[in-house]
Design a protein around this ligand. Structure first.
Ligand code: CTP
Ligand code: MG
Length: 388
């Protein structure tokens, strides 16, 4: 390995329990690249050459190695990948064991802080060089803080002005950090605590909101917003659906998932609920999953006389299974009867409940023209918006 005076240990061995994805957090994609790649891209862009030690879960060492090599490019000789431990502290210790002989300053960085700007790394490196002690980025707290044992009782209100929410990279002189880790007996949640417990001095410098840690699904959405080009609608999908059923006086009318007494019913293999069927087609169309006819064929006995709610439930299962959530749905009923306006609020509430997202319903006639104008049947059109 070529000599470098600075090493960055990128800890990526956690499972990401709070993110709730099947893959470990560092391997979750934000846009087209994993969290680990985003983090490493900055580390490999620093102005001086640094040794980069990636600490990965044991099952992902090979994957981490190939991702990190690709990101490193010509800096690959400065890279090593090691297996982490059960706790963050053990993972950092595994990284420290890999330090090259010339390293004098060590930065420890959470892969999960994937969008930390390079100037924060540079500030921490020069802070360690200038002070000879530990240097950590911190931000003032926006919220008032309470001390509680989480049984519901508030014990005290520490003065927010004296507190900092700390981030990574955290930088330290190599020998003192290695010694602090060697003698640590307790588990700490950051490196500065390990360093202080061994008697080291730590200074806080200004952190950066972009160095936030991707922890929850909400944080991940924020990350997606950071990588999406301005004005981009990536992750949003729109779909349309139309359905038509002819009137059949001998049947009861079901429309929008509701029963309409004293109205002519609609013909069909199911209950003929054109509104629900148009919604299903719009949802399937937005998800790229085909249409109601191919998904729920007339040969399927589950759908004989089936009400619209059954189709919507089955459709949502497919749509959610494909990784989408519904943003909203808009439906328009095109027909002379029934008059929708008096029950519009009720229909919207019923459909919103079924879809689990806002559904708006409007209605129009066609000025006596066409099959709806002649009162031969009902047409419904729907537009659905999905988020991926
Ligand atoms: N980390 C690690 N080894 C562990 C635990 C955590 O290398 N045994 C790393 C994570 O990969 C992450 C950083 O430490 O980059 C900060 O930890 P955190 O955000 O808590 O990540 P996870 O522990 O993976 O997430 P969670 O606590 O939600 O399970
Ligand atoms: Mg954790």
């Amino acid at each position: 390995m070529p000599d470098a005076a600075v090493a960055v240990i990128v800890v990526a061995a956690g499972s990401g329990t709070r993110l709730g994805r099947p893959e470990p957090k560092a391997f979750v994609r934000v846009g087209s690249r994993t969290i680990l790649e985003h983090a490493l891209e900055t580390v490999f862009s620093l102005s001086e050459p640094v040794q980069v030690i990636v600490v990965a879960p044991s099952a992902q060492v090979a994957e981490a190695t190939s991702l990190a090599r690709a990101t490193a490019g010509s800096a690959a000789p400065y890279l090593s990948v090691v297996t982490g431990g059960d706790t963050r502290q053990q993972s950092v210790a595994a990284g420290l064991a890999e330090l090259g002989p010339q390293v004098a300053v060590v930065l420890v960085h959470d892969a999960a802080r994937a969008f930390t700007p390079s100037d924060l790394f540079e500030a921490v490196i020069s802070g360690v060089r200038d002070s000879g002690g530990g240097v950590i980025p911190g931000l003032p707290l926006a919220d008032t803080v309470k001390q509680t044992d989480w049984t519901g009782k508030v014990e005290s209100t520490p003065d927010r002005a004296t507190l900092a929410a700390v981030q990574t990279p955290q930088g330290f002189p190599r020998e003192a950090l290695v010694a602090a880790y060697a003698k640590a007996t307790e588990q700490h949640t950051d490196d500065a605590s390990v360093f202080s417990a061994a008697g080291g001095t730590v200074t806080v410098i200004d952190g950066d909101p972009l160095a936030y840690k991707i922890t929850t699904p909400w944080d991940l959405r924020r990350a997606e917003g950071l990588v999406a080009p301005a004005g981009s609608t990536s992750g949003i999908r729109v779909g349309t659906g139309v359905d038509v059923h002819a009137f059949d006086d001998s049947r009861p009318l079901w429309l929008g998932g509701l029963y309409w007494p004293a109205e002519a019913g609609l013909a069909g293999h199911s209950d003929g609920d054109a509104v629900c069927h148009a919604i299903c087609d719009a949802l399937l169309s937005a998800a790229g999953l085909g249409d109601i006819g191919t998904r729920f064929g007339t040969a399927d006995s589950r759908f004989v006389e089936a009400h619209g709610d059954i189709f919507i439930r089955e459709t949502l299962e497919l749509v959610h299974g494909a990784g989408f959530t519904v943003g909203n749905v808009a439906v328009q009923v095109v027909s002379n009867a029934p008059k929708v306006a008096p029950r519009r609020v009720e229909v919207e509430a019923r459909l919103t409940e079924l879809v689990g997202a806002p559904v708006s319903v409007s209605a129009t006639t066609t000025d006596g023209l066409g099959f709806t104008g002649r009162g031969e049947g009902v047409m419904a059109t729907a537009t659905a918006l999905l988020n991926s």
